[in-house]
Design a protein around this ligand. Structure first.
Ligand code: G6P
Length: 607
């Protein structure tokens, strides 16, 4: 939800870097873009509606003077995408520039108040009240950092704010509450951004900024203070292992395809996480009265599959609740004896943080599974599991889903060791099988890429699809349907195959595509019954099956084959892969950019 960047360096034009950094943040929003620099005592700005490269072709974003600047790529909340609503936003004198991610809840009353004192507004955004408030405080004699601090006392809502002024061009000031900001440092330059990949080509030395803190960046230093009392915070930089290359397309036409191909490596790296990380979280799960899982979107589908792993390995069946509805479903029934496993690749999803805060308020333990070190969710968690997918840029989650499943498998196995619901041999055999998944996923990709491309060619213009499975494969079907609808805009519904005859079957007529997720597990024979029901009504059957399953191959019009031997609890990890590839080719065949689906953002930081 909006990407923001600020850079201050001792020498060299900053604009080309801002432009490149924004491209690395574009997954956070892409309906308009803007950059402002300071040179010769003035602000210089280029901004407009549209994706970054469209705006760059029109305005040349690299052509701005100065060694200090800020930039923003927008996902609209308040005000349509337009040149006026694009950030940065300014005060009346156009000497103060601000970029913001989040929502200022009380902006209407602040705007009226400021207008009554003569302030002129240029946009419909909530953000614009911020530079006007800074202006008033600076006109009253405060420095930029003090003015920003005062602004945080006036605004309500969530925010990550980066501000600078031509009145004191030697610094950038930033602060946050509820939205992400990370700081990067190297000799002669300081960076602040919504996410690490923005400055990765320049440095992998990162300093966390926490909610309720303000940072003053100069080219040579970063000073962090508490907003509450102004006291200095000492915080060491962290070196992160992500490389700049990981955040490039590396020869693939889209990030999504690259990230699908990176899945075997991502699983491998997650399997290398130290065992004690899982053991310590497993102790909490095994000793809890009740176990909940909560997440949104694709992470929710990982949770749904994860439930089966806990049930099978540890004899514990966690409840799953969407994070957005967690407090309204669970109410205050949580106690200190319960635990909540929160899954969020970004660690920043507002709904998930909302659920986690609710759980913490009631004293439940929280285990966070996230892909981003230092992300917001980690601050509320009793145990943290950092998955090892590396940066994921495509908005549609693929490799982060895979590592969530890997981490859940490891956690469920570690819990199983403690509960002794199964024999040690059983658990060890599952560990061994999990270790074969990187190769199985590799082979699945190789075998299915062309098959999926051809299926996309055949089905790309069908209006609607059903994705059906039973047991754990309901999670796979839901994820397959989500992938398809979010990037190709074909309507798709994921459903329990058992439930499909209680409604969705009414949609089926000649040639209606139904995708079955059909591993060779306990559900297979009943699933064949569902395939027959659909075929009898003229459906075109696409099926993801285990290689060598002749009966299913015979029944389906199009098949995607998975190598034999995947354990039922891990089937989602293999069986989802052809569905990811199918949706990728459906999107490209329909002329859509799979990396930047309309109206979506990778990290949703509004409730
Ligand atoms: C957005 C993204 C999805 C993601 C969901 C949850 O909707 O487009 O890909 O699954 O947020 O994100 P999280 O970072 O919490 O896993």
């Amino acid at each position: 939800m909006c990407g923001i960047i600020g850079v201050i360096q001792s020498k060299g034009a900053v604009a080309p870097f801002l432009h490149q950094a924004l491209k690395r943040l574009e997954y956070r929003g892409y309906d308009s873009v803007g950059v402002t620099t300071i040179a010769e005592g003035k602000l210089h700005t280029k901004k407009d509606e549209g994706k970054i490269e469209e705006v760059h072709r029109k305005l040349n974003l690299d052509d701005l003077p100065g060694t200090v600047g800020i930039g923003h790529t927008r996902w609209a909340t308040h005000g349509m995408p337009s040149i006026y609503n694009a950030h940065p936003h300014f005060d009346c004198s156009h000497t103060i520039a601000v970029v913001h991610n989040g929502v200022v809840d009380n902006f209407l009353e602040l705007k009226e108040e400021l207008q009554s004192r003569g302030h002129k507004f240029e946009s419909e955004t909530d953000t614009e009240v911020i530079p006007h408030l800074i202006e008033e405080f600076m006109d009253g004699g405060l420095s930029l950092p003090d003015a920003v601090r005062e602004v945080t006392r006036r605004i309500r809502g969530t925010y990550a704010i980066v501000a600078m002024t031509a009145r004191s061009p030697d610094k950038i000031v930033c602060t946050r509450d509820g939205n992400p900001l990370v700081i990067g440092r190297r000799d002669g330059a300081s960076y602040v951004s919504s996410d690490i990949p923005a400055f990765l080509p320049m440095t992998n030395n990162m300093i966390l900024l926490l909610d309720g803190e303000i940072a003053i960046l100069t080219a040579d230093d970063v000073e962090i203070r508490k907003l509450s009392d102004g006291s200095i915070v000492t915080r060491e930089a962290i070196t992160i292992s992500w490389t700049a290359d990981q955040a490039q397309k590396g020869g693939y036409p889209h990030f999504m395809l690259k990230e699908i191909h990176e899945q075997p490596e991502a699983i491998r790296n997650t399997l290398r996480i130290r065992k004690d990380v899982f053991d310590s979280a497993a102790k909490i799960v095994a000793s809890s009265r009740r176990v909940f899982m909560t997440a949104m979107g694709t992470s929710g589908h990982a949770a749904l599959a994860g439930r089966h792993m806990f049930a099978s390995f540890a004899g514990i069946l966690p409840s799953f609740e969407l994070a957005s509805d967690f407090p309204d479903t669970v109410y205050d029934t949580l106690t200190t004896d319960d635990c909540v496993i929160a899954i969020t690749q970004s660690g920043e999803t507002s709904d998930t943080i909302f659920a986690v805060k609710h759980a913490k308020r009631l004293g439940a333990k929280v285990i966070a599974i996230t892909n981003v070190v230092g992300s917001s969710v980690t601050r509320f968690a009793d145990r943290i599991i950092i998955t090892q997918a590396g940066p994921e840029i495509g908005v549609a989650a693929t490799k982060t889903f895979m590592v969530q499943l890997t981490a859940l498998a490891l956690l469920a196995l570690a819990t199983g060791m403690l509960t002794q619901y199964r024999s040690r041999e059983f658990i060890e055999a599952k560990y061994a099988s999990l270790n074969t998944l990187p190769n199985i996923v590799s082979e699945t990709i190789v075998r299915n890429e062309e098959v999926a491309r051809q299926a996309a060619e055949k089905y790309y213009n069908r209006a609607s699809f059903l994705f059906l499975g039973r047991g754990i494969s309901i999670a796979t079907a839901l994820e397959g349907a989500l992938k398809l609808k979010e990037i190709s805009y074909n309507h798709a519904e994921g459903y329990s195959a058992g439930e499909s005859k209680h409604g969705p079957i009414a949609l089926v007529e000649d040639g209606f595509p139904v995708v079955f997720v059909a591993p060779n597990d306990a559900t297979r024979d009943r699933l064949i019954g569902n395939i027959m029901e659909m075929k009898a009504r003229g459906a075109s059957i696409l099926a993801v099956i285990e290689r060598g399953d002749g009966d299913l191959k015979h029944l389906a019009d199009d098949v995607f084959e998975i190598p034999e031997g995947v354990e039922p609890e891990f089937s989602t990890m293999a069986f989802v892969v052809p569905l990811q590839i199918l949706s990728y080719y459906m999107a490209t065949r329909r002329g859509h950019d799979p990396d930047k689906p309309r109206n979506l953002a990778k990290s949703v930081t509004v409730l």
